[in-house]
Design a binder for this molecule. Structure first.
Ligand SMILES: Cc1cc2nc3c(=O)[nH]c(=O)nc-3n(C[C@H](O)[C@H](O)[C@H](O)COP(=O)(O)OP(=O)(O)OC[C@H]3O[C@@H](n4cnc5c(N)ncnc54)[C@H](O)[C@@H]3O)c2cc1C
Length: 402
């Protein structure tokens, strides 16, 4: 049956919003993408793109460009301060063909954004949507008191700090995590090629290094991202201690002098905080929430961008299968439930073992996780979890998104 094109607004031009705009405009809908930033640009740390996210980019025809910019990571490997293996997960234990892709977050943004512009999608930058009103079969959008138009359906993809989510008739909680991370991107001298490397001292110190590939269209200089775990309320203390004191702490944990040599000022390190966003479901009539706005997690499992990409693919499938927008958005919530609940629970459950002051949690982690990583069944499930394709603790597989 030929379906009528719908007039859809997407709020937010990040991973979730841009990918949705592409899928929905390719399906023939009239899409308007609202982005509050005047000149959206390539900012952010390195992210780990998982097989689940790569499948979606392949469906969008963007995977080759992404692969050309990324750095292959086959393994996640972590040791504690005594050199004992705490974490050892290899994608090949799930599927010999698969790997994670270290990618500059700005590269993912740029590739999606350029595809949106090339597709001729109506984009309204420098436009923060501040309010929406549903009545009858339309949703009106506003920026302060300025009307932005009437739409058949609205996709909210405005990120973890959404200003629109709270006004929806959906039970929800937003809980900031006490811990975040400092990050920086510097030239990659090949210190950890192929492995996302982590070092831990209890759960209070965590250092991560991930090869990150190239900045968008700058393939002359490979990059690496450094992450340093920090409690948000200790940020000013960290600043007052000075850069050298921090470098000394890092070097006591890991011999990465060549990486630190690229860091000459504390301003090179940016602090990122996280929040846990829980919503009972993600639809409210003709409005649906996707991406971090709908289900932000801590980054322990490296899934944020992947979940956002899968959201976009599934939302387009639901709109293709159901002409009625509220019914399509309701079916979206049903279809996304098991996948999102699994990764939200797993991220939340793992976080205190890697970012907390609890000696009990880090002691259990150090005693148990290394041996668990050596058991074949556990290796399979851990690698599959990392791949972003699990929908349940024991069983359940994400179908291939097309
Ligand atoms: C330190 C750190 C490390 C991370 N590591 C990983 C990783 O390894 N792997 C991974 O997959 N993910 C990782 N993530 C998370 C990942 O970057 C996000 O989960 C992902 O980009 C989600 O995309 P999104 O589109 O939902 O939100 P965002 O990328 O936040 O995009 C939201 C967009 O909406 C716009 N906007 C906001 N409000 C409005 C408004 N009112 N009107 C119009 N526009 C608006 C914003 O300007 C922005 O462009 C990490 C995040 C951090 C902070």
């Amino acid at each position: 049956m030929q379906r009528r094109a719908r007039n859809i607004a997407i709020i937010g031009g990040g991973t979730a919003g841009a990918a949705s705009a592409l899928f929905l405009s390719r399906a023939g809908h009239r899409v308007t993408l609202f982005e509050r930033v005047d000149k959206p640009s390539a900012v952010g740390a390195g992210i780990l793109l998982q097989p689940a996210g790569m499948r979606v980019l392949q469906a969008l025809g963007l995977l080759d460009e992404i692969l050309a910019h990324g750095a292959r990571n086959d393994r996640l490997f972590g040791t504690n301060a005594r050199g004992r293996t705490v974490l050892d997960v290899r994608y090949r234990d799930w599927d010999a063909q698969q790997f994670g892709l270290g990618l500059h977050r700005g590269t993912l943004f740029s590739v999606l954004w350029q595809a949106v512009l090339a597709a001729g999608i109506a984009v309204r930058v420098a436009t923060a949507v501040t309010r929406l009103r549903q009545h009858g079969e339309i949703v009106e959008l506003f920026s302060d008191d300025t009307p932005l138009g009437d739409f058949d359906g609205v996709v909210i993809a405005d990120g973890a700090r959404s200003s629109l989510r709270a006004a929806l008739a959906i039970p929800q909680t937003v809980t900031p995590y006490p811990w975040g991370a400092l990050w920086t991107i510097v030239p990659d001298d090949g210190v950890t090629t192929g492995t996302l490397r982590q070092w831990f001292r209890h759960a209070g110190q965590m250092l991560g290094l991930m090869s990150t590939g190239y900045a968008y269209q700058q393939k002359n200089q490979p990059l690496i991202t450094l992450f340093w775990s920090l409690r948000a309320d200790r940020l000013s203390h960290w600043r007052s201690e000075g850069l050298q004191a921090w470098k000394d702490e890092v070097l006591a944990l890991a011999p990465i002098e060549s990486v630190l040599a690229h860091i000459n000022s504390p301003e090179q390190l940016t602090f990122a905080g996280y929040a846990d966003v829980q919503m009972r479901h993600w639809h409210d009539g003709r409005v649906v929430c996707i991406g971090d706005c709908a289900h932000a997690t801590s980054p322990q499992l490296g899934q944020g961008a992947n979940l956002a990409l899968v959201d976009a693919a599934v939302l387009a499938q639901c709109l293709a299968a159901q002409h009625d927008i509220p019914a399509a958005f309701e079916s979206y919530s049903k279809r996304r439930r098991s996948h999102l609940r699994y990764y939200q629970a797993a991220s939340k459950w793992l976080t205190p073992f890697f970012q907390s002051d609890s000696r009990l949690a880090s002691g259990l982690r150090d005693a148990l996780l290394g041996p668990i990583c050596r058991a074949p069944v556990a290796r399979y499930h851990m690698a599959k979890t990392l791949s972003g394709t699990k929908t349940g603790w024991l069983f359940g597989d994400l179908p291939h998104e097309k």
